[in-house]
Design a protein around this ligand. Sequence first.
Ligand code: ZN
Length: 501
Amino acid sequence: MFHIRDVDLAGRIGRLKLKRGDIETPAFFPVIDPIRQELGVEEIRAAGFKQVITNAYLLLRRFGDEAIRRGVHGILGFDGIVMTDSGAYQILEYGGIEVEQDTIIEYQKAIGSDIGVILDVPTGDVDYEKAKATVEITLKRALEALKLIEGSSVSWVLPIQGGRHLDLVELSAREASRIPYYSIYGVGSPTEFLERYELTVVLKMIYSAKKHLPDSKPVHLFGAGHPIIIPFAVALGVDMFDSASYILYARDGRYMTDYGVYRVEELEYFPCTCPVCSRMEPRDLAELPKDERVKMLALHNLYVIKRTIDRVKQSIREGRLWDYLEELSRRHPRALEALRVFRRFHRYLELRTPHSKGEVYGLKLYSVESMWNPRVVRFRVRSWRLIETLLEGVEELLLKPLLSDEECLGGDAGVNVIYYTPYLGLVPAVICGLYPSTQHVKSRVHDMGVLDDLVYSLRAISAKARSRGVRVKVGYCGSLSWTLVVAMEARMLGLDTIDLC
Ligand code: ZN
């Protein structure tokens, strides 16, 4: 059903088997409006999308039995993978329930959807009691739907609700994971938060759901079509996305970039080389008739999303998804907040990050956030575990700055030498040379946070050594300020220092 090919952080490249064929994940499903669609499905396919999503409720209202005769693929004129949403969101938006869950499930089966969704109740941004009700009703409907979905060739999505109330999201996911026959989980209603760039709320929602869901099944994030959320969501283990943002933005004259959205009239040049942007300049676009303009903008927006998905996949292949997130964190202040929230998920991410990949790429260490890269966290935990045992066997410890990779070679520095280096902290000589102690490139201008970390590391090892009666001597290099910071702290702690350079 779902085969995972590669992993980095908690993100994965997978293959999802569906009745009409496979799709590779992470995958983005452009929303197709069955009634009004400026951009044709052929163009969407030509932009690289083999899957789309449309709305079963709108199909039912507009086409009724005709969609059963022609099938949803026939109505849309699309022979790829078609996911249908139950239309719960529209029902919520327009008020009232005009359709029973059984009707909408049977309809999705009858029109030949590849992926279907039960009639959930999206939470949105509401208070606790209302959110709780959406969780309870959705779970009740998921159970009621079992008799209809068991044995069906459609792959069914079970939506997780709860909104910003994380204990409800956890409850929703825990209960959902116990219900059989669903092959995909969905995380519901992040759209309102994304509209306000509240990435951290959405990431906490995803994490709260994911930690209770089995890693063996794919997770869909509903209504997320902004390029900046996609890499972060994938890094937490989201496999599928859908959104109408590409077309809604286009109708409103909004132009997506990897780092934010512009009004097209603000642009004198296009910061993009997709087939649309390389063919014309902003003023050419402005002169097009409205429909053509919307179409071109929508197509450009889709190319931006496609590029993001491809870049995420390549980063997973290289084991460099964290680097990509750090890069994004400098493109928008909300993305920096998002990356900082990842600190809270370090255990979850570290457990899923592979220990080795075919090819080893050196880590890039830029700033204090680089210290939360799961590969750095893993190394630091390992170092500290080793230091605990080293302290048992020696009378004196020498702390030396790690000045070059060559120092590690041979590992003959002895059991009583521990190196210190920015970002990685303490590196016992016996594991110096192990990834990533020498396989990294770091900025040589250090954030205060990085220097503070060295000082904290020194205080910690000094306290541990003192309690075991081990003497600590600290080496430094008069010409390197980061070693002077450590030496100064050492003197304040009453330790001997020695200039090694
Ligand atoms: Zn473009």
